[in-house]
Design a protein around this ligand. Structure first.
Ligand code: ATP
Length: 632
C-alpha cells in the first residue's frame, strides 16, 4: 500500500505538488478508462455506498430518539416533545418526518437501531467488497498493460529512464490509483455527504446553533492553510533526505565487494549516520508545526464543542430546543468535524493521484517496438548480411558520430570478426543489425531485405547473441538454457547443454539441471556461465550468430571447453565476432578493422598481418608483447 500521509498534504512529493489544474485533472481521469469494463460493479458499489451512508447518517437521529424516549417517556402517549420543550418550526418539520418514531418506546427505538446497524454492516461489507473488486481488477489490467508497454519499448527509452523509476511506476503509482479507487473515492463521497447532509440536518434542528457552530470553521480553515504550508515544506525535505539514505544503502549493497575491498565500511556507516540524522532534524522541525497544528485543532474543535454545548444548553434552558435534539446536534457536529478534518488529506490524495496518473500515462503513450499480441509467422533467413554506407550517432548523444560510413558484406555461413580499439564502435555495428536503434544514414540488409521495414520480432528471432558479460536469470540452469526456445523439449535442452560442453559440470552438481544459478548467475563460474549462454544460443538455432567475446581470458582448460562449444555453435551459421583477443580470430573468413567510424582495413589474418604499419598488424604485435610481458 502506498504510504498514506497525515493531514493537509504532508508527504506529497515535489513531482505531485503542482497545483491540480483542470487540464491535469482531465488528463488524469483518462486513466480511469481501465475501470470502464467494471462500471456495472462500480455502480452497484456506489449504491451500497449511498445506502450505508444514509444508514450511518441516521444514527445520530435514532440516538436522539433514544434519549428522547429516556428523558420524556411520556412520548408513548403521543405528546409532541417539541411542544413540551417549546420547539420551533424547523424542528417540528424534521420531527414530523420521524413522527411515527415519536411514539416509540425505548425498546422499540433500540430494535429499529439494531436493524439499522445490521443493515449498515451488510451495506458496508458489500460496498467494500464491490469497490475492491473494481479496483483490483482494473489495476490488474493497468499493471499488465503498463508492463507490456515497458517491456516492448525500444532500448533508447531505457537509456533515459532508470530502472528504479520504472519499478515505482508499476508499483507505487499504480497502488496510489488503487487506493483512490478502493478507499479515497468512497471516503471523499462519504465526507462530502456527511458534511453537506450533516449541516442540512442540524440546521433543521436549530438554525441558531448551526450558525454558532459554523463560526468556528474559518479558524480551522485559516489554520489548515498556514500550518499546512509549513508542514508540507518540511515533510518534503524529510522525504528527500530519506530517499538519499536509501540511495546510500542501495549503492553500497550493490557494490558491497568494492566497499569491503577498500575497507570503507566505517566511512559508509558515517555517511549513512549523517544522512539519517538529517532526516531526524527535518522530521522534528516538521513535528513542531504538526504538533502546533494538532494542538490548535484540538483546542478549536473541543472549544467548539464546549461552545455548542454551552450555547445549545442555554437554548434548551430557554425552551427553544429539545434536549434530545441538542444531543443529536452534538453527535452530528462530531461527524461534521471528522469529515472536515479528512478533507485536507483528500486534497493531498488527489494531488498525488493526478501526479501518478500523469506519469503512468506518459509511459503508456510511448511507442512500442514489438507487438506482443501478433502471432509470429516465423521465417528462417539464410543469413546474408550487408551494411551499405551506414552512418550512426546514438540518439542520446546526437553530435558524436560513432559510425561514419560503414560498408561490409557477409555471405551466409561466413565468419567475420570486427576489430578496433575500445570505443571504436564494434558493439554498435551489432546493435544496428539487431535494429536496436534507427540508422542515421545508409541501409542494413539481411537476405537483400532492408531491416528498417522488417518486423523486429521476425528479425531478432533469427539472431542469437552470446554476450561479453553473460547475465543469467536467477532460476535454474534448465530454465536459463530453455530461455533460448521456451517450447523446447527436455531432450532438446539436454542436447544443447551437451553440445555446449556444459553437460559435465551440470551433472556434477547435486541438483543437476535444477541447480539454482543465483542472482544473475553468480553461483556459476565465468566459463560455466558462458557455456550456459552458448547452450541457450544452440537451442535457439539462429541463422545469424553474434559473439561478443569476453575481454578477460579464462584459464586455458576452461577456455578450450568454451572455444570448442563456440566452434560447435558457429557451424553453418553466419557469425560476427566482436574480437578483443586477436588470437581467437585467426581462422575467420574476414577481419574488419574499425577506426574513426570507418573500416580502415579488411582481409583475413594472413593478409592483414603482412601489411606494413597496418593497424591490425600493430594490434597483434601489441597484444603479443603484452602476453610476453605477462609471462615474464
Ligand atoms: N547507449 C549509448 N549511448 C550513447 N553512446 C554510446 C552508447 N553505447 C556506446 N556509446 C558510445 O559509442 C562509442 C562506441 O561504443 P561501442 O560500444 O560500439 O564500442 P566498442 O568498440 O564495442 O568498445 P569495447 O571494445 O570497449 O566494447 C563509444 O564512444 C561509446 O561511448
Amino acid at each position: 500500500m502506498a504510504k498514506r500521509s497525515s493531514s493537509f498534504g504532508a508527504g506529497v512529493s515535489e513531482e505531485d505538488k503542482k497545483k491540480v489544474t483542470k487540464e491535469g485533472f482531465k488528463k488524469a481521469l483518462k486513466i480511469f478508462r481501465f475501470t470502464l469494463p467494471y462500471k456495472g460493479t462500480f455502480a452497484i458499489g456506489f449504491i451500497f455506498l449511498i445506502l450505508s451512508q444514509i444508514t450511518s447518517m441516521s444514527i445520530p437521529l435514532l440516538m436522539g430518539q433514544m434519549v428522547g424516549a429516556i428523558v420524556s417517556p411520556k412520548n408513548t402517549s403521543g405528546v409532541n416533545t417539541s411542544e413540551i420543550m417549546g420547539g420551533n418550526m424547523a424542528v417540528q418539520k424534521l420531527q414530523n418526518l420521524f413522527k411515527s418514531s415519536e411514539s416509540l418506546t425505548l425498546n422499540e427505538v433500540t430494535a429499529i437501531f439494531i436493524i439499522l446497524l445490521l443493515l449498515q454492516a451488510v451495506f458496508s461489507f458489500l460496498r467494500v467488497y464491490t469497490f475492491t473488486q473494481v479496483s483490483e481488477k482494473s489495476m490488474r489490467d493497468l499493471r499488465s498493460e503498463l508492463y507490456t508497454k515497458i517491456i516492448t519499448l525500444p532500448i533508447s527509452f531505457f537509456e533515459k529512464s532508470r530502472v528504479g523509476e520504472l519499478m515505482s511506476r508499476i508499483t507505487s503509482d499504480v497502488t496510489q490509483l488503487q487506493d483512490v479507487l478502493s478507499i479515497t473515492l468512497a471516503e471523499l463521497f462519504r465526507q462530502v455527504f456527511t458534511l453537506v447532509g450533516g449541516v442540512l440536518l442540524i440546521s433543521l434542528l436549530s438554525g441558531k446553533l448551526t450558525l454558532f457552530m459554523l463560526s468556528t470553521f474559518p479558524f480551522l480553515v485559516v489554520a489548515a492553510i498556514v500550518f499546512g504550508r509549513f508542514i508540507r515544506k518540511n515533510s518534503k525535505k524529510v522525504q528527500d533526505e530519506l530517499a538519499q539514505t536509501n540511495i546510500i544503502v542501495e549503492e553500497t549493497l550493490q557494490s558491497i565487494n568494492v566497499v569491503k575491498a577498500f575497507t570503507n565500511e566505517r566511512l559508509e556507516v558515517k555517511r549513512y549516520g549523517l544522512s539519517i540524522q538529517k532526516v531526524v532534524d527535518y522530521a522534528l522541525k516538521a513535528a513542531t508545526f504538526r504538533g502546533g497544528f494538532i494542538s490548535f485543532i484540538i483546542l478549536v474543535l473541543f472549544g467548539g464543542v464546549v461552545g455548542v454545548v454551552w450555547y445549545g444548553g442555554n437554548l434548551v434552558l430557554s425552551g427553544e430546543l429539545a434536549f434530545k435534539d441538542l444531543f443529536t446536534f452534538i453527535i452530528y457536529t462530531g461527524f461534521i468535524g471528522g469529515s472536515v478534518g479528512g478533507l485536507g488529506d483528500m486534497y493531498a490524495q488527489i494531488q498525488r493521484t493526478v501526479g501518478a496518473s500523469e506519469r503512468i500515462l506518459e509511459i503508456l503513450d510511448e511507442k512500442s517496438e514489438v507487438n506482443v499480441t501478433n502471432t509470429l509467422d516465423f521465417k528462417k533467413v539464410e543469413g546474408n548480411i550487408s551494411f551499405e554506407n551506414v552512418g550512426f550517432a546514438y540518439p542520446s548523444r546526437p553530435d558524436i558520430t560513432v559510425l561514419k560510413d560503414i560498408s561490409l558484406k557477409i555471405q551466409s555461413g561466413e565468419k567475420i570478426a570486427i576489430v578496433g580499439h575500445s570505443g571504436a564502435g564494434k558493439s554498435t555495428i551489432v546493435q544496428l543489425l539487431m535494429k536496436l536503434y534507427p540508422l542515421n544514414k545508409g541501409k542494413v540488409l539481411i537476405d537483400k531485405e532492408d531491416i528498417s521495414t522488417q518486423d523486429i520480432t521476425q528479425l531478432r528471432s533469427n539472431i542469437a547473441i552470446v554476450p561479453q558479460e553473460v547475465m543469467l536469470f536467477g532460476g535454474t540452469i534448465y530454465e536459463n538454457i530453455a530461455y533460448g526456445k521456451p517450447n523446447a523439449t527436455e531432450t532438446d535442452v539436454f542436447e544443447a547443454a551437451r553440445k555446449a560442453n556444459a553437460l559435465e559440470f551440470i551433472e556434477s552438481f547435486p541438483d543437476k539441471f535444477q541447480t539454482i544459478v543465483g542472482e544473475r548467475g553468480v553461483k556459476l563460474s565465468g566459463g560455466q556461465r558462458q557455456r550456459v549462454a552458448i547452450a541457450r544460443a544452440i537451442l535457439k538455432d539462429p541463422s545469424i550468430l553474434i559473439l561478443d567475446e569476453a575481454t578477460s581470458a579464462l584459464d586455458s582448460e576452461s577456455e578450450k571447453l568454451v572455444q570448442d562449444a563456440l566452434d560447435e555453435l558457429m557451424k553453418n551459421r553466419t557469425t560476427i565476432i566482436i574480437a578483443h583477443r586477436l588470437a581467437t580470430i585467426r581462422n575467420v573468413d574476414k577481419i574488419y578493422v574499425l577506426k574513426d567510424g570507418e573500416i580502415a582495413e579488411s582481409g583475413n589474418h594472413d593478409e592483414l598481418i603482412l601489411k606494413e604499419d597496418g593497424i591490425y598488424a600493430n594490434l597483434v604485435k601489441l597484444q603479443f608483447e603484452n602476453v610476453n610481458l605477462l609471462v615474464e
